[in-house]
Design a binder for this molecule. Structure first.
Ligand code: GLU
Length: 438
């Protein structure tokens, strides 16, 4: 099984200051998302009415789903689906399973999907789902029951032209197969385009599993060009070794980058000459951990984040780079493979330090871009080869990168603000064209 982010056994420890709905702190992703939104809206000169429309999600669904556990007990799980916008097309976004999912987190992630799709010009809106559960203590059958019941509760609210889920943290191609099947049973016909990130045999796209990591590599390559660096002398530190981090590491090592350090929830491993990534993946598979790898030395996780490097790629979870630690970073490029790894309080510190930031809504957009390709292929009933997927992904990522960087230069803002401005402008334009239905 392949997960979009870290598999259950590698769930990162819960951040100590996890967001509590409504509490204004640095670690509430909704407040981070809103702060960036406000800054971009201000610079764009968006009028108050449009700000209100874009700032609020269009629909928030909360479900409390009863599920029978393997020992016969009944448990009730809470799930969310937030549809932030459908202005540019059907809502689109992953579903995550984790014990610490909050509504505010899902709201932020849904808005980020809207901006991500707009930055890449993928014709979708944005949404996100989450179920509060701990996959590490649930059996596959229990996870299947949770998934099916959650899908059944959302039946009216999802669909190829309504809202299209995909994998996210702790969900994978199997989860998508269960959603597709449950939805199809209710619809009395097979509807493959209701989800993306499915197994290839059920209408999934070639290249989808690698897409987020490949997208990160493509934008890093573009950043290297701008900074006059080349792959072979580029040191890369990656935080997270799940689908995004692991796949980025694998593809980038193969392409000649020097992956000097991998940081996981249980330790970090370092080799200044570059780690043998396939061997490290095998070591993790055999021993259950990246630590004590013969091809590198163990390192303190905190220290590893502040190694001198050319590229730092946080690819695990939110709130990793904060006002407390941003000043200690020693990287030229920060490529945000995860959603929301940097808090808004850390943004000015990164700008001051002159770090070239590839913001999450651009850096990790490879996943949703190939999700879009999957949706197109399902609806056409005609499937592309992997080269075609990868070439089209590259074209979109390179164009989006160039759009953002050109926008940043033209308007004298940092890359993150530029990406938000570009996205807000595109969504606002769509809303203006459509008009407000009354
Ligand atoms: N969960 C991924 C993301 O955050 C993919 C979403 C999708 O493909 O719809 O971008």
């Amino acid at each position: 099984m392949i997960t979009e982010s870290a598999p259950p056994s590698t769930l990162p420890p819960t951040p100590t200051l996890k967001a509590v709905d409504g509490i204004a702190d640095e670690f509430n992703p909704r407040l981070s998302a809103e702060a960036r939104f406000d800054e971009a809206a201000e610079r764009l000169g968006l009028d108050d009415g449009m700000r209100k429309v874009l700032r609020s999600p269009s629909r928030e669904i909360i479900v409390h789903i009863p599920v029978q556990l393997d020992d016969g007990r009944l448990e009730v799980f809470t799930g969310y689906r937030v549809q932030h916008s459908i202005a540019r097309g059907p809502a689109k976004g992953g579903i995550r399973y984790a014990p610490d999912v909050t509504l505010d987190e899902v709201r932020a992630l849904a808005a980020w999907m809207t901006w991500k799709c707009a930055v890449t010009n993928v014709p979708f809106g944005g949404s996100k789902g989450g179920v509060i559960c701990d996959p590490s203590i649930l059996s596959p059958v229990e996870l299947e029951r949770i998934t099916r019941r959650y899908t059944a509760e959302l039946f009216e609210f999802i669909g190829p032209e309504i809202d299209v889920p995909a994998p996210d943290v702790n969900t994978n191609d199997q989860t998508m197969a269960w959603i597709m099947d449950t939805y199809s049973m209710h619809a009395r016909k097979t509807v493959t385009a209701v989800v993306t990130g499915k197994p290839i045999d059920l209408g999934g796209s070639r290249g989808r599993t690698e897409a987020t990591g490949r997208g990160c590599m493509i934008v890093i390559d573009q950043a290297l060009r701008r900074l006059g660096l080349d792959r072979s002398s580029t040191r890369v530190v990656i935080q997270g070794f799940g689908n995004v981090g692991g796949m980025s590491a694998k593809l980038m090592a193969r392409a000649g980058f020097k992956i000097v350090c991998i940081i996981e929830f249980d330790g970090a491993v370092y080799n200044p000459n570059g780690l043998d990534i396939p061997a490290l993946l095998k070591h993790r598979k055999d021993t259950g951990s990246i630590t004590d790898f013969p091809g590198g030395q163990n390192m303190d996780r905190e220290e590893a984040m502040f190694l001198e490097t050319d590229v730092l790629l946080p690819a695990a979870h939110e709130n990793v780079i904060t006002s407390k630690n941003a000043s200690k970073l020693r990287t030229k490029i920060l490529c945000e493979g995860a959603n929301g790894p940097t808090t808004h309080f850390a943004d000015p510190i990164l700008s001051e330090k002159g770090i070239f930031v590839i913001p999450d809504i651009l850096a990790n957009a490879g996943g949703v871009t190939v999700s879009y390709f999957e949706w197109v292929q399902d609806r056409q009933g005609y499937f592309w080869n992997e080269q075609m997927v990868n070439d089209r992904l590259e074209e979109i990522m390179v164009n989006s990168f160039n759009d953002v960087v050109a926008y940043a230069e033209k308007h004298g803002v940092n890359n993150r603000t530029a990406a938000y401005m570009l996205a807000l402008d595109r969504v606002a334009f769509a809303i203006k064209l459509r008009g407000i239905y009354a």
